[in-house]
Design a protein around this ligand. Sequence first.
Ligand SMILES: *Cc1c(COP(=O)(O)O)cnc(C)c1O
Length: 383
Amino acid sequence: MEKIKYFDHAATTGVREEVLQEMLPYFHIQYGNASASYALGRISHQAMQIARNRVAKAIGCKVSEVYFTSCGSESDNLALKGIAYANQNKGNHIITSKIEHHAILESCKTLERQGFEVTYLNVDDKGFVDLQELENSIKENTILISIMFANNEIGTIQPIAQIGEIAKKHHVLFHTDAVQAVGNVKIDVKEMNIHLLSMSAHKFYGPKGVGVLYIQKGVEIERIQDGGHQEANKRAGTENVAEIVALGKAIELADKELEEYNEKLTNLREFLIQELEEKIPDIKINGDRSKRLPGNLNVSFRHVNSQELLMKLDEEGFCASAGSACSTGEPTPSHVLLAIGLDSIESKGALRITLGRENTKQEVEELIESLTRNVQELRNKIV
Ligand SMILES: *Cc1c(COP(=O)(O)O)cnc(C)c1O
């Protein structure tokens, strides 16, 4: 097989060497249970505290406001269900958007079955929620607003600080799924009035299976995983010390390199957009041109089936992803592409290319060449 040319960093990223080295001892030599009081346990506990410090520094919160979880999905579940259950006496209404990750949307569906009421905000053709519509949908019984920081398919970055302002003004809690944003966008939870924030290490060059939920001090939340008293009684289960150490190292590096990383990816992305627009007719860039994740490009090649295009790319060693999930042979358009109003030809031909640390300009040039050739071939194919 050819060398892999990886353009799917929104799906996951590989663990960085520095991160791997830092976590390895905690799998074997330093295996102590972080809750144990003897020295071996204390070493694990201290290593976790360093990680907690690094997370707190990166997002501008207190060390005691960082809670480790098993993934971004768990953080989202805990935020929504935990806040809903803890605030039932205050109200049962939640506001979210139509383009959230399934971890949010499915948690909302569960809550609806349990008697909660959920408003799913529309987004415009670039993927932005309407702040006026948001404010208008706040009611007496609204307990939580959950709007994602940046979208995983089209990269659109929401006006999070303004949403935080609105939540504050109406005394409603505000959660944001920042799984795609951490490591890409500077986040300050205090300045942005964020009460809860989800992240996941494998989206910023840490390992899969570890996440964080930031919970502002004083915010009441009910735990959804019962058992021991770990994570200040908010999340039971023996701590995943090695991966927590890794998450800490990964976020520290990401935060330190944020500007440089952002600039590199933005330049590569703009080059990619420019070349594709020049070389391939009848395409559409989805999402906003500037308020988007630096490494994200979502592009519709009209009159091409992106599933077929992906197979061609795969044969040549390229990893990317489609805008639609193909389960029964008939691709169902993604809820995000539907929400921004793509027609069926545009959503069928949507491809997501997400750039990352290891991508070079030469690799991007190879991708452009391959896309230009394969899109033309697929369009010429007699149907
Ligand atoms: C990947 C992702 C998640 C889920 O994170 P996991 O750690 O894979 O469970 C949630 N929300 C968004 C926006 C994501 O991109």
